[in-house]
Design a protein around this ligand. Structure first.
Ligand code: SF4
Length: 444
């Protein structure tokens, strides 16, 4: 269950279970924010809650199971349960497993969740308890926050069912996004992680319409948004960037230090044939050319990407193409998954599925190659000075992150012999590296 908040509740007590990706986490934060805005208390346990909201994930089968289990536990422990999130888009499946739940809604259905909460625990009117911090309630540590800029996705990658769960792209107004970002910065957040299903498509659905931030007109376009976010004076990191040509325009902003020199851009594969079957942009050679240009403009850029091994029809030759690509591309941070046949994905109908042991073997070969590349790249940092952001400390050791490291998914910088409060920028000299992390000492 999420954390408790202090104070006498004006309305009832609501429990919250948040599952899934950062996008789902932002949904939970917005629900919690609305609950606190209306004077509900967040219950830290099932017993103290009038009702429990379960924000579910439905991305892969194991996530569906985890979500159904969480609903089952909440039903058993409390009995009054509202289900929302990605799995909620398939309400029949939820109701079949747990017919007693009070309401089921899909992702970003804040209004439906609140309506369901009101039905169980009707709100009382007391304006004094409607006060919540302007930045809302956050589930992340105080010094970083996810900023969700849009919902849904206009692509139809054949391995993904997110568009069928979350719908087509819906851009959040740039004024609202910037106000939230500004509130977070004022509240002490030091790093904003920009997330969505497709960050570089921001504004496509509203034809890049002009909005206003502090009375100033700004176009709803990722470039203008990144520039405006860069004015807040904190770290801004872009995630889930689809490789459109206009992404190139973001690189100068990174070189100028307006946003972090970090691009999380899932390439998924390098074989032309596989990319076509994935319904992804299918020109690995162009990607290599673009990487070169990006590095010429911004030499310290960190490129993070994700790949899939064992996609239906992937031959040993396709896989070798992928290995050749990562050897040449020398990406800084890489995640890799074996193909998982998510129920409803069109890729499942493709012929020649790859046996599980072959998928796994390719994943291991891929990661072994990438570990060597990563170790080589990281070792070039030894002796360099860099600014890091502290995350936590334990037993004479501070864990921090450099500009190269997004929280949870990338490496960290260990600062031995120091116990620094989280959320501080400090300068370190790098003394050691392995294939994932760095070690450094503080410099004055
Ligand atoms: S771009 Fe991402 S969210 Fe959209 S369909 Fe492809 S994998 Fe799914």
């Amino acid at each position: 269950m999420s954390q408790a908040t202090n104070g006498t509740p004006k309305n009832g007590r609501v429990g919250m279970i948040s599952l899934g990706c950062p996008k789902a986490l932002v949904d939970s934060e917005r629900i919690l924010t609305q609950l606190r805005t209306e004077g509900y208390e967040i219950s830290p346990d099932y017993q103290g809650a009038d009702v429990v909201v379960v924000n579910t994930c439905g991305f892969i089968d194991s996530a569906v199971e985890e979500s159904l289990d969480a609903i089952g536990e909440a039903m058993e422990e409390n009995g009054k349960v509202i289900v929302t999130g990605c799995l909620g888009a398939d309400s029949e499946r939820v109701l079949q497993a747990h017919p007693g739940v009070l309401a089921v809604s899909g992702p970003h259905a804040y209004k439906e969740v609140m309506t369901a909460v009101h039905a169980v625990s009707p709100p009382k009117h007391d304006p004094f308890l409607d006060l919540v911090p302007p930045q809302g309630i956050k589930l992340t540590p105080a010094h970083y926050a996810y900023l969700k800029i849009s919902e849904g996705c206009n692509h139809r990658c054949s391995f993904c069912i997110i568009p069928s769960m979350r719908g087509d792209l819906v851009t959040r107004s740039i004024g609202e996004v910037m106000q939230e970002a500004e509130n977070l910065a004022k509240a002490g957040v030091k790093e904003l992680l920009v997330v969505s299903q497709d960050t570089s498509a921001y504004g496509v659905d509203v034809k890049y319409q002009t909005g206003f931030w502090n009375g100033r007109p700004i176009k709803s376009h990722i470039q203008q948004l990144a520039e405006a976010l860069g004015e807040l004076g904190i770290w801004v990191r872009l995630h889930y960037v689809y490789p459109y040509p206009h992404v190139d325009k973001l690189i100068p902003l990174m070189a100028e230090g307006k946003i972090l020199p970090y691009l999380d851009i899932p390439f998924q594969h390098a074989s032309h044939r596989i990319l076509k079957d994935m319904r992804r942009p299918a020109h690995a050679e162009k990607v290599l050319d673009r990487l070169k240009v990006w590095r010429d403009i911004c030499p310290d850029i960190t490129v993070r990407s994700t790949f899939i091994t064992g996609f239906p029809g992937e031959t040993e030759e396709d896989f070798e193409t992928l290995l050749g690509f990562i050897k040449e591309a020398r990406l800084n941070r890489v995640g890799c998954f074996t193909y998982s046949p998510v129920e409803g994905a069109t890729a499942n109908a493709l012929p020649n599925h790859v046996p599980e042991d072959v998928k796994q073997d390719r994943l291991e070969r891929f990661m072994a190659v990438q570990a060597g590349i990563s170790a080589e790249i990281l070792s070039t940092n030894v002796g360099k000075r860099m600014t890091v952001l502290t995350d936590s400390y334990e037993d004479n050791l501070t864990i921090a992150r450099s500009k190269m490291d997004a929280p949870e998914i990338d490496g960290v910088v260990h600062i031995e012999g120091e116990m620094l409060e989280p959320g501080q920028f400090v300068d370190v000299e790098i003394t050691r590296a392995d294939d994932h992390d760095l070690w450094g000492t503080i410099v004055e």
